[in-house]
Design a protein around this ligand. Structure first.
Ligand SMILES: [Zn+2]
Length: 847
């Protein structure tokens, strides 16, 4: 079978290309290769660099190498959304490969201070992970991985033997298979046999949204911390399984750049990373210097990129006792391209990535004991540092919403953080943390540094510029109650049993045999999923605009505004069918549904009140494609599709002049799509006849510009920091930016956009400097920034005073709803998802 595949590939590709490019261009001199191992040309039918490898071909090559060699085995750790396997080719000496499980166990003992003292580092191999192309359109990375694998497996001689005896090498050939497949398809189908380097060529204009991101257009190189995508979940599990001492992260940057390797900007290193990490990175850099000198490539270090945000591939290892290294190669994004520095070829880019892979391996070999020792110290030190830290533990709970708590715990557990139940009720910061639904995370554990970075709000920084966000306090993004416990009397004896899996979220129906109506609260995370499930079956569903107290002697409960009411009568299905449907829905969505006996309530409106409003099933469309914001659009698509099972019709800007919008009752706009005047007229007519327009982030500027609503943007002014010195202009500009900070808003809990919230304050994520004045109608600004909004992260005093008291979400005349900031950031802002979903489900009720 293997042979047939190989022959097919050989005949289909080799005839297409005649070129001078050979393996010698890449490989080091004076190495002999085992001829029984297929070369890339034998396997792919062309030399590496002549065409872009698609993911399936690269993956197949890895499997073949693992099969033909005793030096390697393939380990799969995840599947992408589109079903492509992610994994790593594990390469070492045949003897090490035979004992790989034992070596792994011994290696892991270094991360366990109770065992690590006994480890004999001299006798242990170093573990090195080479990771390629997390941005799927940074192809020199993935294409180089095939060469590295071939070199290590086919290569023979003393040097390679010494390396493999002392190192276990994990090659992760394609960190983002779906993005890689999109990009390779693009550049191969636009390639000419005579490479055309004209930068205006179609080949270099990859179509929206490009191959950088995964299936739902998420940047996987930001998801190491959030763990919302299957690729990262598997990858982080694999990281903890192997705890490699060095982790490379091979990327591409602009075509006009040279080659960058870390260390990056020192002042922007995350302060929770030990300084030693930066020094090790610099020492490893000496090897890259030597290797890149030998091929004459231009390179630089320390001027850009940083490891502040710990959710990236080069920084996640740094806060886990390993060394992460970012590489950035000038990207061709095609096969040959004119640049101011001359012609940039795809093979040249691949050769640089290959070369720094080899320098990394030599560094790992020469620095073996130092790296292993550093890993051992890192975890030993963690426990000592925890003893000196004022916080002893963090406690959290959210009794109104088990799903959010469960998902939060799920993330912590995947990061190997220890969590415990509590043994007694405790009140802290005015919050009662009841035993049974409260959890504590003690700081004294090996993940001490990582826990601090997840829980500790930060408002002071040594540097005011950030490559990515400035804060990521996870309990805030989940809108949980949480507190730091600092006193021994608070924490002594508080930890109960260890939580080893996310608490199960059991849904239930609490109901008499023949109820008058069914009710469920909106506060649970998956209540919208339940409502949509019911609406899909054609049920008559209603929402209560006010809270009320129900009491029939059996059930006594206050139901909040936003409670969903399903009358038993007047439905198209029988009472028994309805009852089973309600039960199925409750269980599937993990919510509690109550059956009630009568329509009269104890207090507040009755169940037949006009204040319990009939709902229409949302039918949602979103403008998608060129001009729109793929990150915003992808997060919305992911939210509706993967969590709430709400279908989303994605319509490109070009179709609006003729699209039949009557099919939809909600239309979402992100970014700045280029829609024709006829298309805009079509949207306007639809909106006037009842359609709800949701402006999301910059989509609001589009709505304002096209006169769908009046919005008063408060534009930025200088921050007084500018010194007019030419050299400082970029830094001056950065000072004014909001790189991603957490701010506090105040909610009007009686407004349909705020249904389901229990507390009237809500942390939100702000990554743009947009500030918009409240609308003239004072009842239409349900989510506003508070007077002193900064909770965590970097934000200048000028920006704070510009933003405070402005609107986070507002409702305009004519059914236009604006979210000026991101409610779905990186899929981890579970706390703000509901405001957005409320616009979709309840926007129709706002008058
Ligand atoms: Zn990249």
């Amino acid at each position: 079978m293997k042979k047939i595949l190989f022959l097919i590939l050989l005949t289909s590709f080799s005839t297409l290309v005649k070129s001078q490019l050979t393996l010698d261009y890449y490989l080091p001199e004076n190495v002999a290769y085992n001829s029984s191992v297929p070369t890339p040309r034998m396997f792919f039918g062309h030399e590496i660099g002549e065409w872009h490898l698609s993911h399936d071909k690269l993956y197949s090559y890895m499997l073949v190498l693992a099969k033909v060699s005793e030096k390697a085995l393939w380990e799969e750790y995840a599947k992408s959304y589109e079903g492509r396997p992610l994994g790593q080719l594990i390469i070492s000496s045949p003897e090490n490969i035979k004992n790989i499980e034992q070596l792994r166990q011994e290696h892991l003992s270094l991360c366990d201070p109770s065992r690590s003292g006994k480890s004999d580092i001299d006798e242990m191999p170093v573990f090195i992970k080479l990771g390629y192309g997390i941005h799927g359109n940074e192809s020199s990375a993935q294409n180089a991985s095939a060469l590295v694998a071939y070199y290590l497996i086919a290569g023979e001689g003393k040097e390679i033997d010494e390396l493999l005896k002392n190192a276990v090498i994990l090659i992760d050939p394609a960190l983002n298979p779906d993005g890689m497949q999109r990009h390779s398809t693009w550049v191969n189908f636009t390639k000419s046999l005579n490479n055309n380097p004209d930068p205006a060529s179609w080949e270099f204009s990859e179509t929206w949204p490009g191959g950088r991101t995964n299936h739902y257009w998420f940047d996987l190189n930001r998801d190491y911390l959030m763990l919302q995508q299957p690729e990262s979940k598997g990858r982080v599990a694999a990281f903890h399984k192997w705890k490699p001492n060095i982790n490379t992260d091979h990327h591409e940057t602009g075509a006009n750049e040279t080659f960058f390797f870390q260390p990056g900007i020192k002042s922007r290193n995350n302060p929770l990373t030990p300084p030693e990490n930066y020094e090790l990175t610099a020492e490893i850099g000496k090897y890259h210097e030597k290797y890149l000198n030998s091929i004459g490539s231009l390179y630089y270090t320390e001027e850009s990129f940083d490891d502040f945000y710990i959710g990236k591939g080069s920084s996640y290892p740094d806060i886990h006792g390993s060394v992460g290294i970012l590489f950035e190669q000038a990207g061709v994004k095609g096969h040959l391209r004119e640049t101011p520095g001359g012609l940039l070829s795809f093979p040249f880019a691949i050769r640089n990535q290959f070369t720094v892979s080899l320098s990394t391996l030599e560094a790992g070999l020469r620095m073996k004991n130092k790296l292993l020792e550093s890993q051992r110290n890192f975890y030993k030190e963690a426990l000592d540092m925890a003893d000196k830290h004022p916080v002893r533990a963090y406690i959290f709970s959210e009794p109104s919403d088990n799903s959010r708590v469960s998902e939060f715990i799920n993330i912590l557990l995947q990061h190997r953080i220890k969590i415990f139940g509590t043994t007694r009720d405790i009140t802290k910061d005015g919050v009662l943390y009841k035993t049974g639904n409260s959890y504590i995370v003690p700081l004294k554990q090996t993940e001490y540094r990582f826990i601090r970075s997840l829980f500790e709000p930060v408002k002071e920084f040594t540097d005011s510029a950030f490559y990515d966000v400035s804060t990521w306090v996870l309990p805030m993004s989940f809108n949980l109650n949480y507190s730091a416990l600092t006193l021994a009397k608070e924490t002594d004896g508080l930890a109960g049993s260890e939580i080893i899996s996310p608490p199960s979220v059991a849904g239930q129906l609490v109901s008499p045999e023949e109820p008058y109506a069914f009710l469920f609260e909106w506060s649970e995370y998956y209540s919208p999923k339940a409502l949509f499930m019911l609406q899909k079956t054609g049920l008559n569903t209603r929402v209560s605009m006010e809270s009320f107290v129900y009491d029939d002697g059996v059930l006594k409960k206050r139901f909040s505004a936003g409670t969903i009411v399903i009358p038993a009568s007047g439905q198209a299905i029988s009472g028994q069918e309805l009852r089973s449907l309600m039960e199925k829905t409750a269980i599937e969505c993990g919510i509690t549904v109550y059956g009630v006996r009568t329509g009269l309530t104890m207090e507040g409106i009755d169940l037949g009140s006009n204040r319990i409003v009939v709902l229409s099933k949302p039918s949602v469309a979103m403008i998608t494609g060129e001009g729109t914001n793929s990150a915003d659009a992808g997060e919305i698509w992911h939210l509706l599709d993967t969590r709430f099972n709400v279908p989303l019709t994605m319509i490109t800007a070009q179709r609006f002049s003729t699209a039949d919008l009557k099919r939809y009752n909600v239309l979402i706009i992100t970014g700045s799509p280029d829609i024709s005047p006829a298309g805009i007229d079509n949207i306007r007519a639809w909106n006037r006849s009842g359609g709800i327009l949701i402006g999301y982030e910059t989509g609001n500027r589009w709505l304002a510009r096209n006169k769908f609503a009046d919005m008063e943007f408060i534009e930025e002014t200088g921050d007084g920091k500018e010194d007019g010195v030419y050299m400082n202009r970029a830094a001056d500009r950065q000072v004014r930016q909001i790189p991603g900070s957490i701010l506090e808003t105040h909610l009007d809990l009686t407004h349909p956009l705020c249904f389901g919230y229990i507390r009237d304050n809500l942390p939100v994520f702000k990554s743009t400097s947009t500030a918009v004045k409240k609308t003239g109608d004072i009842y239409n600004n349900p989510v506003q920034y508070t007077a002193d909004p900064l909770l965590s992260g970097y934000c200048t005093a000028t920006n704070i005073s510009r933003i405070k008291g402005t609107s986070f979400a507002s409702v305009h005349e004519n059914r236009v709803i604006s979210f000026y900031d991101n409610t779905n950031f990186r899929a981890v802002w579970y706390g703000t998802n509901k405001v957005f979903l409320n616009a979709i489900f309840f926007g129709q009720t706002i008058r």
